[in-house]
Design a protein around this ligand. Structure first.
Ligand SMILES: [Zn+2]
Length: 145
């Protein structure tokens, strides 16, 4: 059906394609990132990874803080890596918790992903592959300014 390789496969039932994406590579990068999470308070590590349109794989982990409200989600540190590495647009995205289970980005992070998305960004979710437009319908973005 598509070019996926071994490793954790996206859940079935996705409404979008994602063909040609090495989801196993993204999953491995997300799991490795989760292992680096700084989560002394919640003890809920999260790791995420994305394929950039220039072929790079970037990743991020959540970083908590004693002042809870300034805690960074994994997507925050990943988008920082995106720009520190020269920018680009996200083509595919995966996110896991410390048990390696697929989880979805929080609302704020969907907004971050929307602004960094290549057209047709595909997210692996517990419900299968979904487009960024499905994950953040009627999004507010740069075109609204
Ligand atoms: Zn978040």
């Amino acid at each position: 059906m598509d070019g996926r390789t071994s490793g954790a496969e996206p859940a079935a039932g996705g409404a979008v394609g994602g063909s040609g994406i090495d989801w196993g590579e993204l999953r491995a990068a997300a799991i490795a990132a989760a292992a680096r999470a700084y989560v002394p308070y919640s003890r809920y590590p999260v790791g995420c990874a994305a394929l950039v349109d220039d072929g790079r794989i970037i990743a991020g982990c959540n970083v908590e803080n004693a002042s809870y409200g300034v805690t960074l989600c994994a997507e925050c540190t990943m988008v920082g890596e995106l720009h520190m590495g020269g920018g680009g647009r996200l083509v595919a995205f995966d996110c896991v918790n410390g048990s390696g289970e697929t989880i979805t980005p929080c609302g704020r992070c969907r907004q971050l992903l929307f602004e960094a998305a290549a057209p047709g960004l595909v997210l692996n979710t517990p419900a299968g592959l979904r487009s960024i437009k499905e994950m953040l319908p009627q999004a507010f973005g740069p075109a609204d300014l």
